[in-house]
Design a protein around this ligand. Sequence first.
Ligand code: ATP
Ligand code: MG
Length: 263
Amino acid sequence: MAKIFCVANQKGGVGKTTTTVNLAAGLAKLDQRVLLVDLDPQGNATMGAGINKAKLTASIYEVLLGMSDVASARQRSEAGQFDVLPANRELAGAEVEMVELENRDKRLRDALAKVSTDYDFILIDCPPALSMLTLNGLCAAHGVIIPMQCEYYALEGLSDLANTIKKVSVNLNPDLKIVGLLRVMFDPRMTLSQQVSDQLEQHFGDKVFKTVIPRNVRLAEAPSYGIPGVVFDPSSKGAQAYIAFGAEMVERIKLLETKSDTK
Ligand code: ATP
Ligand code: MG
């Protein structure tokens, strides 16, 4: 059975897609079987994995509306060595079209259940909104990874996200937990970055991942080649950090599993 994680933050441009694509490729390097689910009509994760979003025969849109299934819509990212359930702008229509459907917040969960044994990890890249699409992601997941930039406004909005996660876990998905906050685009030369990072550690303790992802231009360049950063330039600081993050995730999950075994 796959462990399913949402990468979510309703703020735009905070590194969700970069985190999802590079974690997927990082875990693949550790011989994990990974499915990346692109839940964003922007289709950035699809493109970043090397799949052309303009030439999809089936996508997550058809899957959510019950016109296709994950097994037929998924594609292989040869560059990243993981599978992708791709998305493009068609997906924006699903928000409206799903309103009519039964179990509209659990469509993704039900679709993923059918392929769960094919994977060790399923990673969902959420759009920058607390929308019906994000709700589908949260209902499908065991845990949420929250990428954050260490800047003054970083904490703003975090409580909205935490409240949404709490509501989903009470009403719709009791499995759901925040796995951790991931500090991304970190610039050690900025005193403010260090201050916010320290504050996060003080407030959230071990909910903050130990790995810190630095700002690194190679990570920003990689998507234009359709290659995950960890494959594009494995020796770059950004790639090394995401590979370390992959290893930290594997460790963290082992810990979570031992904790729930002893319950
Ligand atoms: P959206 O909310 O639009 O989906 P996002 O949260 O998915 O955005 P990304 O697309 O991952 O954010 O990142 C935003 C921009 O920052 C991109 O141009 C990306 O290449 C760049 N970026 C992300 N992480 C890093 C990093 N560690 N170093 C340098 N650039 C980065
Ligand atoms: Mg994105």
